[in-house]
Structure formats: C-alpha cells, structure tokens
Write a protein that binds this ligand. Structure first.
Ligand code: C5P
Length: 234
C-alpha cells in the first residue's frame, strides 16, 4: 500500500475549494483530496467529477449508515462517480458492510477502497456507556469494530494514528489505516486532542494521513503539503 497524504478539503463551496486547489497546479504530485459532507452537500456529485477531472484522487468521506439494501444501492451510485476511496460506519454491522462492498463493486470487478469508521473520536467512554449502553472500553470497541470490518471484507479503517499499530497487529499489515489527527511538531493542535506528527504517523505504520487545517489554513499551503509529504512519504 503506497503511503499518501490526503488533504481534507473542508470548504463550503466549489469556489473556495478551487481557489485552494489552484495553488497546487503545476506541482508534479497532485494531492489526494478528501471531500466530506460539508462540500458534498453544498455542491453535490458535480464537485466530485470536477475535482477528479483535474487529476486528483478522491476519498469521499460520507460515512454511510443505513439498512443494508439502502447502503448497497447508494454505494453503487458512489462507485459510478469513480472515487478512489469511500467509507461507512462499522456500527451498521457486518451485513451492512458486506452489502456496501457488493454495491460498490463495478461490473468489471474493480471498486474504490472501502474503509470503516469504528467509533468516532468524539464519542468518549461516558457517552458510550450512558447514551449507547455499551459497557466495554472504547479501545476494545474500536478494535472489535475494526475486526468486524475485516471479516466483512473491507480494506481498512479510519483510526487515530495512536491506534494504527494495534489495528495492523489484529487485522494484518495489509489492512489499511487512514489516520486524521495529524499536526506538525511546531504547529497549533486546534480542537484535535490526540495528535501525531506526519513522521510519527509514518513510524507507527499509518498507510494514509488525513490532514486538514495544518495545510488548508497555512500561510503557504503548498509548502505545508510538501512538508507533510517529505515527513510521511519519503
Ligand atoms: O483540520 P484537521 O486536520 O483536524 O482535519 C481532519 C479531518 O479528518 C477533518 O475532515 C475531520 O472531519 C476528519 N476526521 C477527524 N477525526 C476522525 C475522523 C475524521 O478529524 N476521527
């Protein structure tokens, strides 16, 4: 699995995302772009086609979670958008994940990489116990959901860089770990609490890092991106 830096393009309009991506025109390496709910709901599928047409790989981060039949049919639509990676909630259970894989697989047998969100990092132990009535420790639930994703045939999970090593131990080295929560050693953490530098994420075995504000809000986004690539990929 080739290591790559995925840039979280958390913008609310096509205008803003294109102004940002224009900065990278002429670079040898086209950033792998994450399109999340904000941009997708603002601009619809056209934004995916337009960014793809500019030559970027795309991680469509829509975190599907519904009954298996609905997820299967929705994944078939996303697959036709020709994205490179997409995701769902492992909490939808193994049958939902299996249905998603089926829907995502194109007639020629190819499909985007499919990864699962285990427990959102915003869900702490208190909310798991009191709101969801799940008594197990969060860390165990994360590993169990990762294993369920593996059993369902998915390619990997989104997880904290701190969990990437353990996920590989339990689910195998080939099981992809996509890790947000990355910050430069000399950078601002913002609202991310458990962070790692790109270099540390590389050492611990992350396959992809997802980086948003350290690049999008940098004074020089291209230099920040290149620094991530140098620390993580090279
Ligand atoms: O700006 P920042 O680098 O914090 O952006 C991280 C990106 O990764 C955002 O798009 C955020 O929604 C996403 N993400 C995250 N933590 C998770 C899952 C996704 O920060 N557990």
């Amino acid at each position: 699995m080739g290591k790559d830096v995925i840039v979280a393009c958390d913008f609310d309009s096509a205008e803003k995302v294109f102004a940002f991506l224009d900065l990278f025109e002429g670079l040898d390496r086209k950033p792998f772009v994450k399109i999340g709910m904000e941009l997708y709901y603002a601009e619809g599928p056209a934004i995916v086609r337009e960014i793809k047409a500019r030559g970027h790989k795309i991680f469509l981060d829509l975190k599907l979670h519904d009954i298996p039949n609905t997820v299967k049919k929705s994944m078939a639509v996303l697959s036709r958008l020709d994205v490179d990676m997409t995701n769902l909630h492992a909490g939808g259970t193994i049958p939902m994940m299996e249905a998603a894989l089926e829907g995502l697989t194109r007639p020629d047998g190819t499909r985007p990489i499919l990864i699962a969100v285990t427990q959102l990092t915003s869900t702490d132990q208190e909310h798991m116990t009191n709101d969801l009535l799940i008594d197990h420790p969060v860390a165990d639930v994360v590993m169990h959901y990762a294993h369920n994703a593996k059993i369902a045939g998915l390619d990997g999970v989104v997880c904290s860089p701190l969990e990437a090593g353990k996920v590989h131990e339990k689910c195998g080295e080939g099981f992809v770990t996509v890790t947000p929560g990355v910050r430069f050693a000399d950078g601002d953490k913002g609202d991310q609490k458990r962070v790692m530098t790109p270099e540390e994420a590389k050492k611990i075995g992350s396959d992809y890092i997802v980086v948003g504000r350290p690049i999008t809000a940098a004074a020089d986004p291209v230099a920040a991106y290149q620094r991530c690539v140098a620390e993580f990929c090279d």
